[in-house]
Structures are given as structure tokens and as C-alpha cells.
Design a protein around this ligand. Structure first.
Ligand code: ADP
Length: 622
């Protein structure tokens, strides 16, 4: 009947996916072999199952009427009816027992391999996602990625163990039974074959519909997860702008769509199963009619007819199950495609083959002709040249969108320059391994992300295996020790979802402690005091000042009072450095910077004194 080919026709995707995952399966060759052996044994036992019945039937019960074939003729000549019945009964129990053992072994072996393989796939996928570029992550929807890592992989695993392998067993059984049936009586088999095209057509047509429907269902679920993740991330904005209704409506649309498609999938699956049921009934009726005639003509024994009918029922049950598995396999194919789609994406930034592990940086940074744009049409930074000496602080100022944060990302090698170079200690940063480059750079961002873990762990993320003394020293440097020890659980206080809520300034100081514990020679600060109240701001500024001591520091400052102390201030506009110098020099120059500074100072009516620079040359901030 060419079943395997049909499967290949219906599921080229699934076949491709299995092939692509084969390197993952290779280490478990031994277990896979055992599993297949057990599967074959199970199939064999299922094929043998009706034979004890035939022996009992032809050998004892119907012995007077039947023509008899070599099996029952041999048994009848040699053994008494009681002995034949005993053999039949014993055979029945033995076959069932062996079949149970084989089925159990193959299920367990396949489950072990399936779980191990897909855990590895999930692990690799997660690592791969971490390596993919920020450009990819900006474009991707967080919820959709979560679905791919968690449920798509889970689904693929479940389906391989609960649908693909049983299906494989079923195909073997089908082939075996068809062979046996042909052996028992070729004419009867021919009658069954008459119905085969109907089987074929119904599985092919409905299978295709089920596959399309299942794929749609996954898409809807992905969209729903994305909406949820997106709106939960931006819940504050959602509430502020009273957008709850709008998002709830989008969610409801996806939800409704998913429900609709889900029901349709189920309906198609059920339709296919029942169609096959009816076709089996037709085949059974045909065989029963013609078979009984043959028995009366003594060309077939009653036992043979019994075996034939049992086979017919059992052989085509796999076809019906095949329908049941069709939907699941289609879902798994969609899931597998989505996983492979991610695994096939190349990380834009990776270690060069000849990358070296950077030794401790002195901290000399040079930019030569640096040009970068997120897309080729619009450069964000254009031909920047700059030399920064170790320990210097450079403030990046300018209007929003001027490219300041982009500059910070480029130093971290989160993006690669379109042309030109960034050199640290005289070498292109692309010649270092990413790990050794980034481990020597500390970062404090505008809104520092703290993880759902204890305060101690959050600080220790800056330096894995940090000792307690180091953690406390870092917290002290960051002006955080005092408020941490006042918390009931101190350093063990849990943050995040079920933990305490800290103020913006407190969070920022923990982030500073996290940066401080690295003691990295290069420091990147991206608007670290934005949105803080006066009291918190001065605590944070003081901490930052301590943190920045002796480090090559790049400070993105919206608030110019932070920038005034820098050794060098760069005023960026249109992707180029419009003005550069110290605060005093730029004020004397009376250009963009001076104008912006006056604007800010004036708008803070009365706080001129505080914003003005002080005398100490080495202090970073006011
Ligand atoms: P600044 O920090 O000075 O406000 P940014 O460096 O954030 O400026 O942005 C510079 C320009 O690059 C802006 O026009 C911004 O819209 C664009 N930009 C920033 N991040 C991305 C991104 N991930 N993809 C595409 N464009 C971006």
C-alpha cells in the first residue's frame, strides 16, 4: 500500500525536521536501537495475537468441518484436543505477556531518548537566543520566543514519543497484517484493496486541512503570548493611557481566533477518524460475506476467517489512529519549523576564529572613523575620531536621538561598526573574545534591571563567586549598604515578582554595587540618574563618583549638571561631534552646549549654584 511514501508526502516537513535533529540523536544510538528492537518485538507479538484463537478454533472446535491447513493438520494429527487447547491458551497468555514487556521497554527507551534529546535542543535554543543580535531581539516578540523555547520544544518531544513512534509501529503492523492476510487468502485481500483508494483519499485530503489548521492555531497562540508579554511589560503605560480596553480587545480577537481554529482542528480530526471507521465497517462486511462463502466451499478454515477479520479490524485501526496522530504530527511539524527557524539564524556578533582573550585593560580607548547605522540608509554615528586616555571621563551630551546610547552599545560590541574601528589598548575590540571584552566593562543604565533573586545575588551577578566581604564592600561604595541592612532580611531580601519593591534610587544603587563588584577598568553610564528625586540623586551621584574613580568612563548625560565635571564633554548632533572640550571651554565657546546648559540651569530656577562646577579637578560630578 506504500504507506511510508504517503507519510513522506503528507509530512515532508516532519521528515525534514527529524533529519535536522539527527545530530542530537546520534549520541543515543544504542538506546534508539534497543527501543526499535522492542518496537519490532511488540509488532511481532501483535501479529501473532490471533493465532492461538485460530489453533483452538480449527484444531478443536471446528475440527470436523474444516479442510485444515498445515498448522492445524499437524497439531490434530499429533496432539489430543485438550493438549491443543492448553497450547492455545498458554500461547495467548505468553504472547500478551511478551507484548507487554516489549511495549513497556520501547516506550521507556523512547521516552528517555526523547527527553534527553529535546532537553539538549531546548538548552541550545536558549543559548542561541542569548547570542542572537539585539537587532533580532528588538524585532522579535518576547512572548513568541518564550513559546518557542518552552512549549514548542515540549510539544515536539511529546509528539515524537506519543505520536510518531506509535505511528511507526502502526505502519509496521499494517504492512505485517496485509502480508499475513494476503497469505491467508489473496482473494479476500483483493476485496479489501478495492476500498484502499477511499482510505487514501480521505487521509490525504483531511490530513492536509488538519495540518493547515494546526499551523494556524500555533500562530494564533504565538500572537496571544506576544500581546500578553508586550502589555505586561508596558503595564504602566497601558494604565496611564487607559489602553487596557484596546489591548484586551486585541487579546480577545486572538483568543477567539485560537478557539475557532482549535475547534476546527478537532472537528477535522474527528471527521477523519469516523470516516475511517465507516470504511472499516464496509471492508468487514465485504470480507464476512465472501469469507463465509469460502468457508462453506472448504477453501478457507473458520479459524482463517477469524484471523482475517481480526487482522482487518486491527490493521485498519492504525489507519484510524494515523488520523488521530495526523493533527499532532502537523502541530509538531509547525513547532519544529519554528524551532529550526531560530536555530538557523546566525548570531551577527561572535568571536572571530583568531580572537584573543584580552588581558587586563589599561583603559585607553580610541575611535577611528567610526560610522554606524541600524540600517544602511540612516547612519546614526558618522566618522567619529577620538582618543580617550586611561582613567578619563568622557561625557556624551546632545539632544535625544543624537546617538549617545548607540555609542555605549558599540563599546560593548552589542553592534558592529558599519565602518571604522573601536580600539581598546591599541587593538580592535573585535580581536578580543566577547567574554573577555565585556567582563572588563561595567555598565549602569538609566533603569537598571534587577532580577527576581536576593539583593546579595543581584549584586553578585556582577562577579560570579564573589565573596560576602566583596559584596558588602561594593554595596558600601554604592551607598547601598545602609538601606540594605535596614531591610528585615538584609542582603537576603528577595526582589522581583514576589519580593520587596525598592525605590528607583535604591534600585540604582544596587545596580551600581553590581557594577562596582566587577572592578572593571572601563565604565559605561547611560543616564544613570534620570528620574530620581533630589535626595536619591545625590546618594547615587556620590556612589557613581566613587565608582568612576581611576576608570575610563563614558557617561551619557541628559542632565548637564552631571557632565560638567567630565574631563571631556562631547556634544553630539546629527551623528557627529559638534563641539568638544571641558565645561569651561565649551561655555567660553558659547555654542550649542552653552546654550543647552543655560536652558537647563534657567529651567531649574534657583538651582544655578548647585549645577555650577566646583574646583576639585578630580571629582567627577558636582
Ligand atoms: P540617544 O541615546 O542620543 O537618545 P540613541 O543612540 O538611542 O540616541 O538613538 C540614535 C538613533 O538611532 C535614533 O534615531 C534612534 O531612533 C535610532 N535607534 C536607536 N536604537 C535603535 C534600534 N535598536 N534600531 C533602530 N534604530 C534605533
Amino acid at each position: 500500500m506504500g504507506r511510508p511514501q504517503t507519510i513522506k508526502e503528507i509530512f515532508p516537513g516532519f521528515w525534514q525536521i527529524l533529519k535536522r535533529f539527527s545530530p542530537y540523536i546520534a549520541p543515543y544510538r544504542g538506546k534508539v536501537a534497543i527501543a526499535f528492537l522492542a518496537l519490532f518485538a511488540e509488532v511481532l507479538m501483535r501479529l501473532l495475537e490471533p493465532w492461538p484463537l485460530k489453533i483452538a478454533f480449527d484444531g478443536v472446535i471446528a475440527s470436523s468441518s474444516a479442510k485444515g491447513d498445515f498448522v492445524d493438520a499437524f497439531l490434530r494429527n499429533q496432539l489430543s484436543p485438550t493438549a491443543i487447547l492448553a497450547i492455545a491458551a498458554l500461547g495467548l497468555v505468553l504472547i500478551t505477556l511478551l507484548r507487554a514487556i516489549a511495549a513497556y521497554s520501547s516506550t521507556i527507551a523512547f521516552a528517555i531518548v526523547g527527553n534527553r534529546v529535546l532537553s539538549q535542543v531546548r538548552h541550545d535554543l536558549y543559548r542561541h537566543l542569548q547570542n542572537l543580535s539585539l537587532t533580532f531581539h528588538h524585532a522579535a516578540k518576547g512572548g513568541d520566543l518564550t513559546i518557542r523555547v518552552i512549549s514548542d520544544v515540549g510539544l515536539l518531544k511529546d509528539v515524537i514519543v506519543t505520536a510518531f513512534l506509535p505511528l511507526l509501529g502502526n505502519i509496521l503492523i499494517l504492512i505485517g497484517m496485509v502480508a499475513f492476510m494476503t497469505y491467508l487468502n489473496a482473494e479476500l485481500m483483493l476485496w479489501v484493496f478495492l476500498l484502499a483508494p477511499l482510505f487514501w483519499l480521505s487521509t490525504l485530503r483531511l490530513g492536509k486541512d488538519i495540518r493547515a489548521s494546526a499551523r494556524q492555531q500555533r500562530q494564533k497562540e504565538g500572537a496571544m503570548a506576544a500581546t500578553t508579554a508586550e502589555s505586561m511589560q508596558a503595564i504602566k503605560i497601558l494604565k496611564t493611557f487607559s489602553l487596557e480596553e484596546v489591548f484586551a480587545r486585541t487579546f480577545a480577537t486572538h483568543n477567539q481566533g485560537s478557539l475557532h481554529v482549535d475547534v476546527r482542528t478537532k472537528r477535522l480530526e474527528a471527521q477523519l477518524e469516523r470516516t475511517v471507521d465507516v470504511l472499516i465497517a464496509f471492508a468487514t462486511a465485504l470480507v464476512l460475506g465472501r469469507g463465509s462463502q469460502l468457508v462453506l466451499e472448504h477453501t478457507l478454515t473458520p479459524g482463517d476467517l477469524l484471523v482475517f477479520l481480526t487482522y482487518l479490524k486491527n490493521a485498519f485501526k492504525p489507519v484510524r489512529d494515523f488520523a488521530k496522530y495526523t493533527g499532532r504530527l502537523a502541530k509538531a511539524t509547525a513547532a519544529g519549523e519554528r524551532i529550526l527557524d531560530l536555530l538557523d539564524r546566525q548570531p551577527a556578533i561572535y568571536d572571530r576564529p583568531d580572537a584573543i582573550v584580552a588581558s587586563s585593560f589599561v583603559g585607553r580607548v580610541r575611535l577611528t572613523n567610526l560610522t554606524f547605522g541600524y540600517n544602511s540608509e540612516q547612519p546614526v554615528l558618522k566618522g567619529i575620531n577620538l582618543v580617550v586616555q586611561p582613567g578619563q571621563t568622557v561625557a556624551l551630551v546632545g539632544s535625544s536621538g543624537a546617538g549617545k546610547s548607540t555609542w555605549v552599545s558599540l563599546l560593548l560590541r552589542l553592534y558592529e561598526p558599519t565602518s571604522g574601528k573601536i580600539l581598546i589598548d591599541g587593538r580592535d575590540i573585535r580581536s578580543y573574545t566577547l567574554e573577555s571584552l565585556r567582563s572588563q566593562i561595567s555598565v549602569v543604565l538609566q533603569e537598571s534591571l534587577l532580577f527576581a533573586a536576593s539583593i546579595r545575588e543581584n549584586i553578585a551577578y556582577g562577579k560570579p563567586n564573589a565573596r560576602d566581604a566583596e559584596i558588602i564592600a561594593a554595596a558600601k561604595l554604592a551607598n547601598a549598604h545602609e538601606f540594605i541592612t535596614k531591610l528585615p532580611q538584609g542582603y537576603e531580601t528577595e526582589l522581583g515578582e514576589r519580593g520587596v519593591t525598592l525605590s528607583g534610587g535604591q534600585r540604582q544603587r544596587i545596580a551600581i554595587a553590581r557594577a562596582a563588584i566587577r572592578n572593571a577598568p572601563i565604565l559605561l553610564l547611560d543616564e544613570p540618574t534620570t528620574g530620581l528625586d533630589q535626595e536619591n540623586e545625590s546618594a547615587v551621584v556620590e556612589a557613581l563618583e566613587r565608582l568612576a574613580r581611576d576608570k575610563t568612563t563614558f557617561l551619557v548625560a541628559h542632565d548637564l549638571s552631571l557632565a560638567t565635571r567630565a574631563d571631556l564633554i562631547l556634544y553630539l548632533q546629527d551623528g557627529t561631534i559638534q563641539e568638544q572640550g571641558t565645561h569651561a571651554e565649551l561655555m567660553a565657546q558659547n555654542g550649542f552646549y552653552a546654550a543647552l546648559y543655560r536652558l537647563q540651569v534657567l529651567s531649574r530656577s534657583g538651582s544655578v549654584q548647585q549645577a555650577a562646577p566646583q574646583e576639585d579637578e578630580h571629582a567627577l560630578f558636582g
